[in-house]
Design a protein around this ligand. Structure first.
Ligand SMILES: CC(=O)N[C@H]1[C@@H](OP(=O)(O)OP(=O)(O)OC[C@H]2O[C@@H](n3ccc(=O)[nH]c3=O)[C@H](O)[C@@H]2O)O[C@H](CO)[C@@H](O)[C@@H]1O
Ligand SMILES: C=C(OP(=O)(O)O)C(=O)O
Length: 441
């Protein structure tokens, strides 16, 4: 498969435009299943493999989906089946988000168990607990989950044991068409939850409190298609902020919403990075040596787990020792071994990684073990001596739009290599939206 090759040591400069948020657009596309009338038009939908995957899930349900120029149109007036197949759901955890809308609208669904990044066991018990509280009966089949309800779901009070992003989204979507009021307590507060609630409200839902720990949903009889613009991707923005810091550069990150990035901005400032903000984005500059800091991942508004590996790359080249504690996922240190192949000094003890700084990173052959780990390896490679070859690029393509083009335009020496004999195969493969966008459009 393809490789990304980076020759480190280049200064970057200029501005980079952040794409729409992967983690916002995926639930929003799933939510469009709730519209029994009219078409949804979703702008700033990034051309990512994950967006293709969720589109394929909807198409497999008989829904009309069309993608053009970062706008996705969904017409879900007609649904022909309530079964979301393994073929697509296994590729990505967010596919499981069709369960809430299907159950609410059709009273039945059969959804394959979800896949996604291998960063922990990632149970779905909180999603199912929520559906059961709303009156659904849940059955496990072989690799499938079936949910059914007689008549409409009924509003309920649901306390989440963990403030799960996916469970909050799935339950919130299911509750929109329930009879009566649903209250989700200990709800996740991520900006992507707020974006989803805004879209659902534009479709006719009645949701209050999204972005706080208590969300109230007053059920409505029906919903229709709506127009929506997806928020900018705070994780992509954070990744480019670290690109500026790790390469000793100054970059303007266009579209970044500083309020969504507070924990990342605050850590970078503690490390000696200058961050300026205005209404259109953030300016990040690093002129002096970096100071190591400790980082603990937490649900929003804490430091995002999706920025942990990128921050670890930065700590590896900072002065001093930084302790990284991962509290959200129990197995999200797979990238450490890859960093160590680049001469980073990192020791893992359970959920803690001790990063001894001042490493002179060296280019090496490394493999992206998951999406953010792949981005973090690119960042490390920007600061490394010599050439780094990164495989496992399919992980990166799940969540970053044209990362190598964006970095190249800023001055990085980065390119993607497709082995000659595989080019034709890739071009014919419907997974690659970059080469065969029209097959799922
Ligand atoms: C598509 C998407 O938006 N993905 C994001 C979403 O994933 P996702 O929605 O899967 O993450 P969750 O917030 O659900 O997971 C957080 C923690 O809760 C646990 N848990 C979750 C559900 C459940 O039913 N039971 C349970 O125990 C998980 O194992 C994990 O330890 O939020 C994560 C945490 O910010 C991010 O890393 C992912 O990028
Ligand atoms: C873990 C991630 O994605 P997913 O939840 O889709 O696996 C991520 O975006 O970093």
């Amino acid at each position: 498969m393809s490789k990304i090759i980076v020759r480190g040591g280049k200064r970057l400069s200029g501005r980079v435009k952040i794409s729409g948020a992967k983690n916002a657009v995926l639930p929003i596309i799933a939510a469009s299943l709730l519209a029994t009338k009219g078409e949804s038009v979703i702008h700033d939908a990034p051309p990512l493999d994950d967006v293709m995957t969720i589109s394929q899930v909807l198409k497999s349900l008989g829904v009309r989906v069309h993608y053009h120029n970062e706008t996705i149109q969904v017409n879900a007036e007609h649904i022909s089946t309530c079964e979301a197949p393994y073929e697509w759901v296994r590729k990505m955890r967010a596919s499981f988000l069709v369960m809430g809308p299907l159950l609410a609208r059709q009273g039945y669904c059969r959804v394959s168990l979800p896949g996604g990044c291998a960063i922990g066991t990632r149970p779905i018990d909180q999603h199912l607990k929520g559906f059961e509280a709303l009156g659904a009966e849940i059955e496990f089949g072989q690799g499938f989950i079936e949910a059914r309800v007689k008549g409409r779901l009924r509003g309920a009070k649901i306390y989440l044991d963990v403030a799960s992003v996916g469970a909050t989204e799935n339950i919130m979507m299911a509750a929109t068409l329930a009879e009566g009021t649903t209250i989700i307590e200990n709800a996740a507060r991520e900006p992507e939850i707020v974006d989803l609630a805004n879209y659902l409200n534009a479709m006719g839902a009645r949701i209050r409190g999204a972005g706080t720990g208590v969300i109230r949903i007053d059920g409505v009889e029906s919903m229709q298609g709506a127009v929506h613009c997806v928020i900018p991707d705070r994780i992509e923005a954070g990744t480019f902020m670290i690109a500026a810091a790790i390469s000793g550069s100054s970059l303007y990150i266009e579209g970044a919403i500083a309020d969504h990035l507070r924990p990342v901005i605050s850590k970078l400032q503690e490390m000696g990075v200058t961050v300026g903000e205005d209404e259109n984005g953030v300016q990040v500059s690093r002129e002096r040596p970096l100071r190591a800091v400790d980082v603990k991942t937490l649900p929003y508004p804490g430091f995002p787990t999706d920025m942990q590996s990128q921050m670890m790359a930065l700590l590896a080249v900072s002065d001093g020792t930084g302790i990284v504690t991962e509290t959200v996922f129990e197995n999200r240190f797979m990238h450490v071994e890859q960093f160590c192949n680049m001469q980073a000094q990192i020791k893992v003890d359970g959920r803690t990684a001790i990063v001894s700084g001042n490493s002179k990173l060296r280019g090496a052959k490394v493999c992206a073990t998951d999406l953010r780990a792949g981005a973090a390896l690119i960042l490390a490679a920007l600061a490394a001596d010599g050439e780094t070859e990164i495989t496992g690029t399919h992980h990166i393509d799940r969540g970053y739009v044209d990362i190598e083009r964006k970095l190249r335009e800023l001055g990085a020496d980065i390119r993607r290599v497709e082995p000659a004999e595989e080019i034709e195969q890739v071009a014919n493969h419907e997974m690659s939206i970059f080469t065969v966008q029209p097959t799922w459009a």
